[in-house]
Write a protein of this length. Structure first.
Length: 147
C-alpha cells in the first residue's frame, strides 16, 4: 500500500526543516506522541535507530525507526517497524518561494501482520492515509504559528 500526503507551508524551507528535524516538536503535531529514545548510530543521521512511543487507547505503542537517508534540508527517509506493520517514509521539502515550502510525505506499507490490522486495511483502506495527512496538516499549522 502506497500513498502520498502533501501540504504547502507558508514559512521558509529552512524553518520548516528545522522544526521537522527536531524530535522535541513531534508532540506538537502527532497526537499521542510520548517520546523518542535514541538507541544507536549518530542521532538523526543515516543509520541511526530510535524507539518512538505513542499513547494508544489505554496502552502504549512502540515503533522502531531506522533512518535510511538523511539528506536534509531536501529529504529524509526512514523505515518504521511495529509488531503489526512495516513501512517506509520519504519526506521531501521543496522551496516554492522565500516564504513557502512544499512538503510531500510518501508512505509505503510493506507488511501487515495480524488479523485486526488486515481487516482494518481491507475495510478502511484510506484510514492510514487520513492519519498521515492529519499529522502533516497539524505540522503545517504548528510551523505557521512559530516566529
Amino acid at each position: 500500500m502506497k500513498f502520498t500526503c502533501s501540504v504547502t507551508i507558508n514559512k521558509p524551507k529552512a524553518q520548516v526543516v528545522e522544526f521537522f528535524s527536531n524530535p522535541k516538536f513531534i508532540k506538537d503535531y502527532q497526537e499521542g506522541f510520548i517520546r523518542k529514545n535514541h538507541i544507536s548510530g549518530d542521532e538523526g543521521q543515516t543509520g541511526a535507530i530510535s524507539k518512538m512511543h505513542y499513547k494508544l487507547g489505554k496502552g502504549e505503542m512502540e515503533l522502531t525507526e531506522t533512518i535510511s537517508a538523511n539528506k536534509l534540508p531536501d529529504s529524509f527517509a526512514a523505515q518504521y517497524h511495529h509488531k503489526h506493520t512495516d513501512n517506509t517514509m520519504l519526506c521531501s521539502f521543496q522551496e516554492l518561494d522565500k516564504n513557502s515550502t512544499q512538503c510531500d510525505w510518501n508512505i509505503e506499507y510493506s507488511a501487515f501482520r495480524g488479523f485486526i490490522i488486515n481487516i482494518m486495511k481491507t475495510l478502511f483502506p484510506g484510514m492510514l492515509k487520513k492519519k498521515v495527512q492529519k499529522w502533516l496538516q497539524n505540522f503545517k499549522t504548528f510551523v505557521e504559528k512559530q516566529d
